[in-house]
Design a protein around this ligand. Structure first.
Ligand code: NAD
Ligand code: UGA
Length: 459
């Protein structure tokens, strides 16, 4: 079959995979391909055991794989074939040299630019899909245009706003798609081609075009604003715990103000995920490199507060359990950084587990999807840890339960059965405020929600 266009994603991870699958399904006249240097990952994309879990993703992949959606490790041939290349590789925090612990590590990014030049025999549109520091397109263009084949590459920025666990829905019903382009004839033409893709399923008013730098920066700022809301509500939760105010009541009271809005106001053990922390640290680094110290400090506080939130949760547990958890079994319910994903990158559960192990607690960790990752995350950390898919067995003989991920199934567990089989006095620490606290208290638990008064049977 002849396809109208060849679209390629370099990088077949959490962003490349779902994004390209949706584009392929919505644009059957385009041939969509994903390549990756990770051969095992590509083999899994070509199997029934996909490398990532997202509701609805497997159904899409199964229905169009081999028709207009392809996964391959032959990066050179795929580049040569492609008219439009989305670069969706990882851009983690740098761990070495200048900017270590803050700046983006752009080595994977730069490597793709060289690979594109090496294998191209025609002009192409290159789309920045990964999240990048503002003005990265300039560096990309310098590498791409330093070719002696007379080739022209037009770089467009199209950052991704999907959230894990709802990726397909977020892509299908995107609040907006952002396309940053150069204000030249070729820049506008390239942007139109990208707009055409999304117009297959999104109305024109949802597609925003800007200059390249606004687009790059907007992605970092969107994540910084979202994370800042969580740190703001978590800071509020701390005040609530000292003042007998209730953080959920406060969230409802302020969220009804349309200027503030109700979403992203759930107090928690802290935000996790692969991006919030790395993107804010990157923003902090950029601000410092511009000499904007107060701006850098401002955003840095969002991350500091998040670190403190995790530590405070552990301190609260230890202090409630008579200042020692040594030798006590504690069941951690949830390890993923949020519900509906098996991803544990930067999950608050990792730090909480580590700190509890330092206190010599004995951990039983349960999660419907993240146990393999949990095992890897805690490898090498001294202490006793059991990984238990069944939450009831995890709680057996435990002195405390801690809810670390808001999996809906944790709401509906049989807590009277759990209580009967726990060590007494039994404690619940609800790090996501998803349980019915008065009911648990009546069953006999000492209950410690977040940002509201604890319910304790002790005098
Ligand atoms: P990921 O680690 O899941 O996937 C990236 C993939 O790129 C990996 O499979 C890796 O093997 C591959 N890769 C690296 N270098 C390569 C190369 N030279 N050639 C071919 N493949 C290469 O990462 P991700 O979560 O998909 O994130 C990718 C980018 O998108 C990051 O910049 C991230 O900040 C951004 N982003 C992520 C999310 C999210 O929810 N995860 C959402 C929006 C934006
Ligand atoms: C986030 C953004 O929501 C996406 O728009 C963005 O594309 C993505 O980062 C990215 O750039 O990687 P994601 O990290 O997948 O998506 O998940 P979120 O739903 O934003 O949750 C992030 C963390 O904040 C989770 O740990 C979650 O539990 C926590 N959270 C969220 C709260 O603690 N309280 C809330 O009210 C909301």
């Amino acid at each position: 079959m002849e396809f109208e266009k060849n679209i390629l994603s370099i990088g077949a991870g959490y962003v490349g995979g779902p994004t390209m699958s949706v584009i392929a399904r919505q644009c059957p006249e385009y041939r969509v391909e994903l390549v990756d240097i990770d051969h095992e990952k590509i083999a899994r994309w070509n199997s029934d055991d996909l490398p990532i879990y997202e509701p609805g993703l497997a159904e899409i992949v199964q229905s169009i794989r081999g028709r207009n959606l392809f996964f391959s490790t032959d990066i050179g041939a795929a580049i040569d074939r492609a008219d439009i290349i989305f670069v969706s590789v990882n851009t983690p925090t740098k761990t070495y040299g200048y900017g270590a612990g803050m700046a983006s590590d752009l080595q994977y990014w730069e490597q793709t630019a060289h690979t594109i030049v090496q294998h191209s025999r025609g002009d192409k549109i290159i789309v920045e899909k990964s999240t990048l520091p503002v003005r990265t397109a300039e560096a990309m263009e310098r590498i791409l245009s330093a070719n002696d084949k007379g080739l022209r590459f037009e770089v467009v920025s199209n950052p991704e706003f999907l959230a894990e666990g709802s990726a397909i829905n977020d892509l299908m019903k995107a609040d907006r798609v952002l396309i940053g382009h150069h204000q030249s004839k070729t820049g506008r033409k390239a942007a139109r081609e990208i707009v055409d893709i999304y117009r297959h399923w999104l109305p024109a008013r949802r597609i925003i075009t800007t200059n390249v730098w606004s687009s790059e920066l907007s992605k970092l700022i969107a994540n910084a604003f979202l994370a800042q809301r969580i740190s703001s509500i978590n800071a509020t939760a701390q005040i609530c715990e000292r003042s007998d105010a209730d953080v959920q009541e406060v969230a409802r009271a302020i969220g009804t103000d349309r200027r503030i809005g109700p979403r992203f106001l759930n107090a928690s053990v802290g935000f996790g995920g692969s991006c919030f922390k790395k993107d804010i640290l990157n923003l902090v680094y950029i601000a410092r490199s511009f000499g904007l110290e107060e701006v850098a400090d401002y955003w840095n506080m969002v991350v500091r507060l998040n670190e403190a939130q995790k530590a405070r949760f552990v301190r609260k547990m230890v202090s409630a359990m008579f200042n020692t958890v040594a030798g006590k079994k504690i069941a951690l319910l949830g390890f993923a950084f949020k519900a509906h994903t098996g991803d544990t990158r930067e999950s608050p559960a990792i730090d909480i587990a580590r700190q509890l192990l330092e206190e010599r607690a004995v951990l039983a960790i349960s999660d419907p999807r993240a146990l393999d990752n949990a095992r890897r995350d805690l490898e090498g950390i001294p202490g006793k840890v059991e990984f238990q898919p069944d939450p009831y067995r995890a709680a057996d003989g435990a002195s405390a339960l801690a809810i670390l991920t808001e999996w809906p199934e944790y709401r509906d567990l049989d807590y009277s059965r759990i209580y009967r089989r726990m060590n007494k006095p039994a404690f619940v620490f609800d790090g996501r405020n998803i349980l019915n606290h008065p009911v648990l208290f009546k069953l006999g638990f000492n209950v410690y929600p977040l940002g509201k008064k604890g319910l304790s049977h002790f005098r």
